[in-house]
Design a protein around this ligand. Sequence first.
Ligand code: LR7
Ligand code: MN
Length: 584
Amino acid sequence: EGKGVIVFKNDKHIKKNDLAQVLLEDKHKSSQQDGALNPGKLPAGEPVKLLNASVVRRSAGLHKVMALDVTVRPRDVRAIGQFGHAAVVPLDRQEESRRRWSEGYFNVFLSEQIPVDRAIPDTRPPACSENLVHDHLPTTSVIFCFVDEVWSTLLRSVHSVLNRSPPHLLKEVLLVDDSSTKDYLKEKLDVYMSQFPKVRIIRLKERQGLIRARLAGAAEAKGDVLTFLDSHVECNVGWLEPLLERLYNDRRKVVCPVIDVISDKDMSYVLVDSFQRGIFKWPLVFGWSTLPEDYVKKKHMKDSDPIRCPVMAGGLFSIDKKYFYELGAYDPGLDVWGGENMEISFKIWMCGGEIEIIPCSRVGHIFRGENPYQFPKDRQKTVERNLARVAEVWLDEYKEVFYGYGYLHLLDKNVIDVGNLTAQIQLREKLKCKSFKWYLDNVYPELEAPEVKAEGLVFNVGTRKCLALNNGSLSFEICDLSKQSQHFNYSWVRTVRQNAFCVAPLGTGTGMTMEQCDNTKPHLRWLHKANKVLPEHLIAEVSPRGMFQRVCLEGGPKADSVYLKACDTSSPFQKWQFTHYYAQ
Ligand code: LR7
Ligand code: MN
């Protein structure tokens, strides 16, 4: 008929025209195979429409995931990149393909050659097509935020949603244009998308960054659930229902598809290993990690079972819209890109929710080496500032671990201004969220997160005596573990402290004093690179009369005194060791 066909893989098929009445029956008969279908010939370049299909539900019940895929039998089987295969640049176009790489930091040339609605391999674990879902699932608004996205990948992203989402569950597709500069994303995009009634374009007058762009999209969304996607993805067969099913059963679950890989070089669609979960390492660096084999065995996990994630990657997830707002959405003070995945992950877990990857839901994403758009301010400074906001609001005493791993400079008040955090801190109180320690103990116990770098007695190699704090002044005593006055911490922010007081250098040749600890004061920081085997210096940076100098803490060979002196690598009186050292 020159139109598309909806293929309900396994058991159901419906010929459609533009206003199909899709009748969902309670039980589908497995005898009705899709083998009898003829997808018909479609005019090249014209996407299959699946819109305006109204749904009549005969009764409540359970049905199999509709593996709705008009691309199971694609229009042009000979097109390059079809079926998710690797595409090859012809010899005479290689120069062009190289030249155009930086338009998107992936193979833009090839992306343009492959069909916008190509078929991709069904990468779901086999059990997924047998899983049952409810009829009355919530609807979703799919939100794509983009800035200067490549035309072909933006289109492919939208087509994959339109073609592979059950129409009755897809409320709308919102395209939030974060003030793109490219001409083709203006009128040309409006015209193209006007053929799809479900697609709406929201234009931001000023560049907001992806975080506030998502907030703008969410504010316009009419669906029950918000589904955020990056603008260079391909949703796979049956991707949506398993996500919505999980939320339907528990609205405090926030669910992510498995993120398959679309190669930036040849655009092939590649499935990723099973049992991957989202984690972070210090200082809040996102990564993937395979669940330990014995954990999988102990829990009798199948490759189709949901996987609990300490943090999400950030770009692809579904969340109940009301719940998103109950959680205070994103911190709107986060700028442009980065850190928002940490913020929302900590918020979800610490305030009563859960994050899961649903292996039956698969979405491919082009991973690229660089951002193809400009950052309004310096990229690194933007990300650092976002992370510092997250650390200040959510990490409690563990924020020192974050700063200690390479972000000490952020503590300096005049280096960055993290902005006002009052609203975020109040939100955390209002929601009665649990502590970061609770999160570490319960959600992510595998993370090494000692609160301090070292602690215990501070032993001096030359004198074989230990530091002690008596009546507010530092002295030197025979080591005695039972004396609390001899216990110090070497913190992640490099202070040597006992309770609220920190050892402060006075200057070369002079003694030491104790000062109220204040992480923003660089003069309280000591460099100390020892471990449980090797004692090392305690180095302070002082600037008497404006002259910057590195000096070392020395234990007096004669009197029981400690003082600062020019560093001497051979002097045992300048070598110190704490009783315990933790992961560096
Ligand atoms: O200023 C901007 N405005 C935007 O609208 C910057 C970006 N964007 C859009 C952009 O066009 C894209 O669609 O936001 C989306 C994400 O930007 P990417 O694709 O440049 O980000 P990414 O894939 O490199 O980075 C990941 O981390 C980001 C941190 O802020 C976001 O959370 C991304 O959504 C996230 N992507 C994923 O989770 C996909 C899997 C990557 C992994 C691991
Ligand atoms: Mn991306």
